[in-house]
Design a protein around this ligand. Sequence first.
Ligand code: NAP
Length: 384
Amino acid sequence: MKKISIIGSTGSIGRQSLDVVRSNTDKFKVTAISGNENIELLYEQTREFMPELVAIYSEKQALEFKKKIENDSSFKGVEIMTGLEGLNAVAADSDSSMVITAVVGMIGLVPTIEAIKKGKDIALSNKETMVAGGEIVSRLGARIIPVDSEHSAIFQCLNGEEMESVEKLILTASGGPFRGRTRKELLKVSKADALRHPNWEMGRKITIDSATLMNKGLEVIEARWLFGIDADRIDVIVHPQSIIHSMVEFKDKSVIAQMGNPDMRIPIQYALTYPQRKEGKGIESLDLLKAGRLTFEKPDCETFPCLKLAYEALRLGGTYAAALNAANEVLVEQFLNDMIGFYDIPHYIEKTLERHSSAKEPGIEDILAADTWAREFVKQQIAI
Ligand SMILES: NC(=O)c1ccc[n+]([C@@H]2O[C@H](COP(=O)([O-])OP(=O)(O)OC[C@H]3O[C@@H](n4cnc5c(N)ncnc54)[C@H](OP(=O)(O)O)[C@@H]3O)[C@@H](O)[C@H]2O)c1
C-alpha cells in the first residue's frame, strides 16, 4: 500500500488523482489533502478518503469547513490546518511516501521543496514550481516523476536511455482554441472563447495558458530542469490531435514517441505506479483508426508571442523565468476577471522581462523576491 498526499486535491489534477486512487484502493492510501476555496468538494473528499490531515489555504474557508464537520463524529481524528503551513504539512509532514503537487501557481514551490527535503517522491504536476525554482529543485536531487502529459511522455521515452545519446526533446502542443487564427482576429477574444480548449478539460489558469501558448513555454522551461537539457535542444511542434504526447530524438536519428488518448489519468497513474505499469481501469484504449490522421505544424510565435518570451526568459537565466511566471499569473487572473485583453498578457510580460534584473546564482529568497517584484510591477502597469 503506497501512501500519498495531494496538495490541490480539489482541482482538475487533484480530482483525477483521486479517481486513480478510487480505481486502485488496494494499492494507494491517501493520507493528506488540501484545497483553497472549494470546501464542499474537500468535505466530500475527506468523507470518502478519510485522510489524517486536511489543509485549507483560505483561513475563511477553513472556518466554514470546521463548522461543517464539528458535529460529525465520523471526522474525529482528522487534523485541519491552514495557510502555507498547512500546505507544507500536507506535502512534507504527513505520513506519505509520495506527494502529488496538483496546486496551481507559484504557491506550489515551497511545499514541494519541503517535501523533497523530507525525502518524499514527487509526482509533479505543478509546473510553476519548476519554472520559477527549477534550478534549485533539480539541485536538491529529488526523485521527481512528471505528471504533465508531455513530460511524462519524455520521461517514458527516456526510460533506460542515457542522456548523452539524446539529440533533442520534441514537445507537442495542441495549439489551443485559437490555433490558425490571426492576430487581428484575436484582438477582441473573450475569456469564454479562450476557455474552450479543444482536447483537454483543465483548470482555468492552464486553459488560458494553452490559449496564449504560454503553457508550452512554461513546459519548455520545466523540461529544461527536469531533463537537464539546454533550451536550444528543446523543440515545440503543434500536433492538434494530442495523441502523441511528446517525443525524443536520439543521436542515431531514431525518434521515440509516447502516445495515448488525451486523458490525464494515464500520466497520473504512471507516476503513482512507476517503475511498474498497472491496468488503466476505466481508461479507454487508443484506437488509431478512430483517431484518423495525425498532423503537425510549426508553432506561430508571431501570433502567440508568449512561447518566444518563455524561451527568452530561460536563456536569460537567473530569476527571469520566475519573473515571467509571476507576471503571467497576475495577467491571466486579470484576463479571467475581464480587466485586460488577450494581447495585454504578452505585452506586459515582455515589459516585465525588459525591466527585471536578476541576481547571479539565485537562491530561494531571490526567487521569491523576483516573484514579488514582478507581481507588483505588473499590477502597477495595469493599474490595479
Ligand atoms: N489540468 C490538467 O490537465 C493539467 C495538465 C498538466 C499540468 N497541469 C498543472 O497542474 C497544476 C494544477 O492544474 P489544474 O488544472 O488541476 O488547476 P485547478 O483545477 O485550477 O486546481 C488548482 C488547485 O489548487 C488549489 N489552489 C488554488 N489556489 C491556491 C492557493 N493560493 N493556495 C492553495 N491552493 C490553491 C485549488 O483549490 P480550490 O479549487 O479548492 O480553490 C485546486 O485544488 C497546474 O500547475 C497546471 O499547470 C494541469
